[in-house]
Design a protein around this ligand. Structure first.
Ligand SMILES: Cc1cc2nc3c(=O)[nH]c(=O)nc-3n(C[C@H](O)[C@H](O)[C@H](O)COP(=O)(O)OP(=O)(O)OC[C@H]3O[C@@H](n4cnc5c(N)ncnc54)[C@H](O)[C@@H]3O)c2cc1C
Length: 386
């Protein structure tokens, strides 16, 4: 699969061998319908490092089960006053290591005759109506359709219509001297920490009694200095986990956009943004992995039916719910803890997962909405209308 690229024209060029790019390349490569379509996958990176962990909830068995690192059937939530511990059946909370995902997909993609991979830095993509041209540091390539997962925050800040928050975090993978974790229960959100005017929580994934990921996460407009995240993690490990002695095995950091911005304006006839660049991160939570899987299935149907991709990212009622939450958090970032606390106090995690997966019916939506502080949402709605 690694070669000097002499071929210059392709049917599809996919930029980015991350979550969206690899899932799309695999979906096209493995489907006999596309066997005559030539595909070029480009990434600046060789994807050999474990740069992230992905978690998602799912009912029963799923497509990633062979590479799942750990899963939990029990989660915990903690607010200021309310705490809950839940069995989440029929859901399971599953965790995937980035490196296992990359190896698995590169291995599969290497077996597709119509797919080539090039490690190259993309510097430009231009739509020429009949085709698009991708410029890289190893040459230029032409395709009738380009899918790109190159994301840039700049486009989000060039508008003021929709607030732009970020889910930003640093996580430490630690090994403790004594048992401090319960490997059966993942801490989904622990808000029992100082909020400092923001929406801040801890996320803990225990792998064994002595190993786990402890992540300090904010939903807010501005990132922090690195030492602020790290001091909060240290405090939590010492005070909450009661763990004085531990070793840091690995670290991860991330920053996911939380916005209802219309990402489709960056698309054109021959260029479609995918993944985070396509607006596939859930605005209210930052969860992207499973929505990417769902979007890829939809996209493949569009391609097979030759449907115009201009109607690909249709708005749903969930977009409005997300918008109201982001409006509230943008205006008063301190309100997040109260909202999530009410949500978990008033609804089961199963219903919350279903809602976040955008699979609820209207009466279930009302159940969720009525468990949240209503005045916040009514005010946000009136502000949007007027
Ligand atoms: C640390 C971390 C943890 C996360 N955890 C979760 C989680 O638990 N659950 C969840 O649902 N979501 C999670 N996310 C959010 C989201 O799922 C990931 O960010 C996901 O990787 C997004 O997929 P993507 O394909 O849009 O982007 P990426 O996976 O980032 O892929 C983009 C690719 O484009 C390449 N690229 C960028 N610029 C260029 C260029 N100019 N030329 C060539 N190649 C380029 C990059 O090298 C990269 O490989 C996490 C994000 C991070 C950062």
């Amino acid at each position: 699969m690694f070669f000097k690229l002499v071929q210059k024209n392709f049917d599809y060029i996919i930029i980015g061998a991350g979550a969206a790019g690899l899932m799309l390349t695999d979906a096209i490569g493995s489907d006999p319908y596309f066997k005559d379509k030539s595909v070029l996958l480009i990434d600046k990176d060789a994807k050999k490092s474990n740069d992230r962990t992905w978690c998602f909830w799912e009912k029963g068995e799923g497509d990633f089960d062979t590479i799942i690192h750990k899963s939990w059937s029990h989660i915990e939530f903690a607010g200021e006053k309310y705490q809950g511990s839940y069995e989440i059946a029929p859901y399971t909370y599953k965790m995937l290591r980035g490196i296992d995902f990359y190896n698995y997909y590169f291995d599969r993609i290497g077996g597709y005759k119509n797919v080539l991979f090039s490690q190259a830095l993309v510097s430009g993509i231009k739509d020429h109506t009949e085709h698009a041209v991708v410029t890289t540091d190893v040459g230029s390539f032409k395709a009738t359709q380009v899918f790109t997962s190159v994301f840039n925050y700049k486009s989000l800040y060039n508008q003021t219509k929709y607030p732009v928050l970020q889910q930003h975090f640093i996580g430490w993978f630690i090994k403790s001297e004594k048992p401090v974790f319960n490997p059966e229960k993942a801490t989904f959100m622990d808000f029992s920490i100082p909020q400092k005017g923001n929406t801040r929580f801890m996320y803990v994934l225990p792998f064994s009694e002595t190993e786990g990921l402890v992540e300090y996460t904010l939903f807010s407009t501005d990132t922090l200095a690195e030492e602020d995240y790290e001091n909060a993690i240290k405090d939590y490990i010492r005070e909450k986990l009661q763990c004085p002695n531990y070793e840091i095995i690995e670290k991860e950091k991330g920053n996911i956009p939380m916005t209802c911005y219309n990402f489709s304006v960056n698309n054109s006839g021959n260029i479609l943004n995918i993944g985070i660049a396509g607006g596939w991160a859930k605005p209210s939570t930052g969860y992207t992995f499973m929505s990417t899987k769902r979007k890829i299935s939809e996209l493949v149907i569009f391609l097979k039916k030759n449907k115009s991709l201009s109607s690909f990212n249709a708005k749903t009622r969930y977009w409005y719910y997300d918008l109201l939450l982001l409006d509230i958090l943008d205006k008063d970032n301190n309100k997040g803890r109260r909202i999530f606390e009410s949500l978990f106090e008033g609804s089961s995690p199963q219903l919350i997962f279903k809602f976040l997966d955008e699979e609820t019916n209207l009466s279930e939506d009302l159940q969720i909405i009525s468990s949240c502080p209503k005045t916040y949402f009514i005010k946000a709605l009136l502000n949007r209308i007027f």
